[in-house]
Design a protein around this ligand. Structure first.
Ligand code: GUN
Length: 310
C-alpha cells in the first residue's frame, strides 16, 4: 500500500485565500495594506528563490512586499541599519531577514540580526522574546515552517493529542519550535538529533515523524512505523548523481528529471518510505508552500497587533 500524499500546494492556496478578507479589511480600515519588508544579503541561489516566492505570494494577497538587497560584501552594521529602518517604518508590519547570512559577517551574525528585529514585527518568530513566549504557550509569532506542519496535520484530520511524535532535528527554526507546538497540542514528543543512539528505533515508535535534518533520503523505511504520518521538512538541491541513484531506481521519472537538469530538489525522507507510511508530505509540494502561507498569516497578525483593531 502507498501512503496518502498530503498536498501542501493545495492547502497553501486555501490558507492564502482565507487570509484575503482579513487583508482587504485591514487595508480598508487603515488606508494601507499590511506590509512585509525582506532583507536579503548576498546571492545564495536557494535564498533568492525562497525570497522571490515570499514576495510574490505577499503581493498576490494584496500586501505590500518590499525587498532590500545588500551585496555579499555588506557589513554587519549595514544589515543592522536596514533592520532599524524597517523597525521604524510605519508601512512595514513584518520583517524577515533571509537565513543564511554570508559567512563573511561572522559566526554570530544571524543571532545579532534576529535579536535586533522588533519582536512585534518578527514574522519569522526567531526573536528570543517570541521564542520564550512560544515555550510558555503565550500568544506570539511562531516560525512559519512548524506552524505550517501543524496546519497540514490538523486540516488532514491527523490526530495530534495523544500521539507519539518524534522530531528529527533540533534547529531553532524548525526542530525546537516544532516540538513545542506538538507538545502544546498534547502529543508526547521526543527530539532526536545527530548524536542520538538508536535513532531509527526511536523514530519507529512515532505516530507522527517529522524529519528536519537536511540530509537527502536520511529517513529510510526502518525509521517508520507502518501507517505513521511522515512529515518531510528537508529541502536539498542535489547535484551528485550518486545520491540520486541511491534514492530513485533507474527509469524513475525523477531520476530522468535529474539527468535533464543536473540537479533535483529532494527531501530527508527516502522514497521507499511511501510503501510503509500511512501519510506522507511530498518534496517539493509538501511543507514548503505552507511555510509561505504561514508567513503571510504572521504578517497579517503582526499588522493587526501593531495597529490594533478598528
Ligand atoms: N531560510 C530558510 N528558511 C527560512 C525561514 O523560515 N526564514 C528565514 N528568514 N530564512 C530562512
Amino acid at each position: 500500500m502507498s501512503a496518502r500524499l498530503l498536498d501542501g500546494n493545495a492547502l497553501s492556496a486555501q490558507i492564502r485565500s482565507e487570509l484575503q478578507p482579513g487583508v482587504a479589511a485591514f487595508t480598508a480600515r487603515h488606508g494601507r495594506p499590511p506590509g512585509l519588508g525582506i532583507v536579503l544579503v548576498g546571492d545564495d541561489p536557494a535564498s533568492q528563490i525562497y525570497v522571490r516566492n515570499k514576495l510574490k505570494a505577499a503581493s498576490e494577497l494584496g500586501m505590500r512586499a518590499d525587498l532590500e538587497r545588500l551585496p555579499v560584501s555588506a557589513t554587519l552594521d549595514e544589515v543592522l541599519a536596514q533592520v532599524a529602518r524597517l523597525n521604524a517604518s510605519a508601512d512595514h508590519d513584518g520583517i524577515l531577514v533571509q537565513d543564511p547570512l554570508p559567512e563573511t559577517l561572522g559566526p554570530h551574525a544571524a543571532r545579532i540580526v534576529f535579536d535586533t528585529i522588533d519582536p512585534a514585527k518578527d514574522v519569522d518568530g526567531f526573536h528570543p522574546v517570541n521564542v520564550g513566549r512560544l515555550v510558555q504557550k503565550r500568544p506570539t509569532l511562531v516560525p512559519g515552517t512548524p506552524l505550517g506542519v501543524i496546519a497540514l496535520l490538523e486540516r488532514s484530520n491527523i490526530p495530534i493529542a495523544g500521539a507519539r511524535a518524534v522530531v528529527i532535528g533540533r534547529s531553532d527554526i524548525v526542530g525546537k519550535p516544532m516540538a513545542m507546538l506538538l507538545l502544546h497540542r498534547d502529543a508526547t514528543v521526543t527530539i532526536c538529533h545527530s548524536k542520538t543512539p538508536d535513532l531509527a528505533a526511536i523514530a519507529a515508535t512515532a505516530d507522527i515523524l517529522v524529519a528536519a535534518v537536511g540530509r537527502p533520503g536520511f529517513v529510510t523505511p526502518e525509521f517508520v512505523k507502518p501507517g505513521a504520518t511522515v512529515i518531510d521538512v528537508g529541502i536539498t538541491s542535489v547535484t551528485d548523481a550518486a545520491v540520486i541513484a541511491r534514492l530513485f531506481p533507474e527509469g524513475h521519472a525523477r531520476r530522468e528529471a535529474f539527468a535533464r537538469r543536473g540537479s533535483l530538489v529532494v527531501g530527508d525522507v527516502h522514497p521507499a518510505v511511501a510503501a510503509v507510511a500511512g501519510a506522507l508530505t511530498p518534496v517539493p509540494g509538501g511543507v514548503g508552500p505552507l511555510t509561505v502561507a504561514m508567513l503571510l498569516s504572521n504578517v497579517l497578525r503582526a499588522a493587526e497587533m501593531v495597529v490594533g483593531p478598528a
